[in-house]
Write a protein that binds this ligand. Structure first.
Ligand SMILES: [Zn+2]
Length: 422
């Protein structure tokens, strides 16, 4: 199943392809002291090791761009940049050109490259409830760059990284079956993660965010389902993360972190989330993650029960489960650690009519809330088609085509209609 989306490896982990390619770079070089970029001693980009790290980071940036992995909607990217840029220490901003990017991936994931590229996945962004939570994630990733953790990992671990595993991520596509394999990457040390947590929290408190609100991001991550983030990563519910969270809570409790000039909440985070959540659901559906798409729609409906759009996406998730029982079974097995076999597929096949019914109910609800939602008409028509209700399918799909002249899938739907009319 080739797919335009591939799954990146890390949260708080460097992409393996990135680390592995460094192996070939150097051997036996002297290890100078590595100062933070805020220090006048930093000498950023002057050693051979760091030059190669930076060159590799640039290639990695270009590769992601070339593969169409970046979400480039200006309003969304500008928003993320507007939160991240002020968190960069001025000394570091003078040396490194920080860039904030959104990855078109439903996997809950974020990472920073040593050249200042900070990547946040759609899957992660859609999970965050406030600007302060977003700031905490960004503060943490910025800290990895400022503290030059990638260079330190490289200096320490190069002998342990197995070059044979260069295993090109780009060849994998997004088949979820590869996730456990991809998850076994070299990572930052526990101490580095704690250092980044604390440095990030200090930066955002200094930026006026409420530390208490910001650290809720860690509770949020405990809600992430198995498989929705990478196994063992910081964003999966990993027991050893609790200690890190407790350390931050303790800093807040004892007043070691204090908030400067509280930020006045603005509505742009709400606008941002509303859009990013839709992106996330679409990416999940595309990656055959129907159950996770349904979860995401349901989470949004819990907050906004009158949203026709989220009822529509709920319908989409159920319709895909009915249309693609094999895909639904594979995803289910992946989430719940069950083996994917004929029996599991058969279970999903027997539930097809149930899923179609749930889909119909959801589309009906969407249209009741917004009668001018052509996509819900389309979805319902496809449910009719799946159930062999050809007259109803013809009527709904024809109505869908009639509602709008500029329909991107006009040809596809017209062909379906031709098939019905034969
Ligand atoms: Zn980290």
């Amino acid at each position: 199943m080739p797919s335009s989306f591939f799954i990146l490896v890390c949260f708080h982990r460097l992409p393996r392809i990135f680390l592995c390619c460094l192996l070939a770079c150097t051997a036996g070089c002297a290890t100078p002291k590595i100062s933070a970029l805020t220090s006048s001693e930093a000498k950023y980009g002057q050693t051979e090791e760091e030059k190669k790290l930076l060159a590799r980071a640039k290639e990695f940036d270009q590769e992601l761009d070339r593969k169409g992995m970046l979400l480039e909607t200006p309003a969304l990217v500008n928003y993320v940049r507007s939160i991240g840029q002020p968190l960069v220490p001025p000394e570091a901003a003078g040396i490194v050109d920080f860039k904030f990017k959104i990855l078109r991936s439903p996997v809950v994931n974020a990472f920073a490259l040593p050249n200042g590229s900070i990547y946040l996945s759609v899957g992660l962004l859609a999970r965050l409830h406030s600007e302060a939570e977003l700031a905490q994630v960004m503060g943490h990733e910025i800290a990895h760059v400022v503290l030059r953790h990638a260079l330190k990992v490289y200096e320490t671990n190069r002998s342990n990284i197995v070059a044979a595993h260069i295993a090109d991520l780009f060849l994998f596509g997004t088949s979820i079956a590869y996730l456990p394999y991809l998850a076994s990457v070299a990572s930052y040390s526990r101490e580095q993660e704690e250092e980044a947590d604390q440095s990030g929290l200090r930066a955002i408190a200094a930026g006026g965010y409420s530390p208490n609100e910001a650290i809720q991001v860690f509770d949020r991550m405990q809600e992430v389902k198995n498989g929705e983030a990478l196994e063992g990563s910081w964003y999966s519910s990993h027991p050893s993360n609790k200690q890190r969270v407790d350390a931050l809570k303790e800093m807040v409790r004892t007043g070691a972190i204090s908030q400067q000039q509280p930020k006045v909440g603005n509505t742009s985070h709400r606008d941002f989330v509303a859009r990013i959540v839709i992106e996330n659901i679409q990416l999940k559906l595309h990656a055959r993650q129907y159950e996770l798409a349904l979860d995401a729609a349901n989470r949004s409906l819990a907050e906004n029960p009158k949203s026709a759009q989220f009822h529509f996406y709920k319908g989409e998730a159920y319709r895909h489960m009915a249309d693609d029982p094999k895909g639904a079974a594979r995803e289910h097995g992946w989430i719940y650690g069950k083996s994917f076999n004929d029996k599991l597929v058969a279970e999903f096949e027997t539930r097809r009519s149930e899923f179609y019914q749930f889909a119909e109910d959801a589309y009906r609800q969407a249209l009741a809330l917004d009668s001018r939602l052509p996509m819900a008409e389309r979805g319902w028509g496809l449910v009719n088609l799946g159930r062999g209700e050809y007259d109803a399918a013809r009527e709904r799909l024809t109505a869908y085509l009639a509602q709008n002249k500029n329909i991107s899938d006009r040809e596809y739907i017209s062909n379906l209609l031709k098939g019905i009319n034969k």
